[in-house]
Design a protein around this ligand. Sequence first.
Ligand code: RB5
Length: 147
Amino acid sequence: MTKTIVLSSDHAAIDLRQAVAKHIKAKGYTVDDIGPVTPESTHYPKHGEAAARKVASGEADLGVILCGTGQGIMMAANKVNGIRCGCCTDEFSASMIRAHNNANMLSIGARVVGEGLALALVDAFLDTEFEGGRHGTRADMIDAIEG
Ligand code: RB5
């Protein structure tokens, strides 16, 4: 079965999110793009939370979320139990948050990176598998902090 990737953003990243959605679809994934679609100013925490809840519940396998910096929406997503979300601006980190941290969400800043780099970050994230082993112990330790 194809993996489902949930996408969300705030107003600052609508265009980039739509480019990311097209790119992820072209890679063969199912995309659940939960918006927003209109450009009015909105609040990134609710969009980060909405995508994170889909990942945490298993409705989506992984998530990609975007805001102006990628930082605020990442912080919101990481408040949801079971979410390990990293905000990346380089491909090495986007790959390593999967390989070592078992990240289930990637955050991108639309005012920080251009479209070409954003799509490369998405590729690095989606094309990398979690390595498990000692990294599994550490990822479990992150989740245990949730209480
Ligand atoms: C919106 O202006 C901006 O604050 C938001 O997109 C994001 O950068 C927050 O972290």
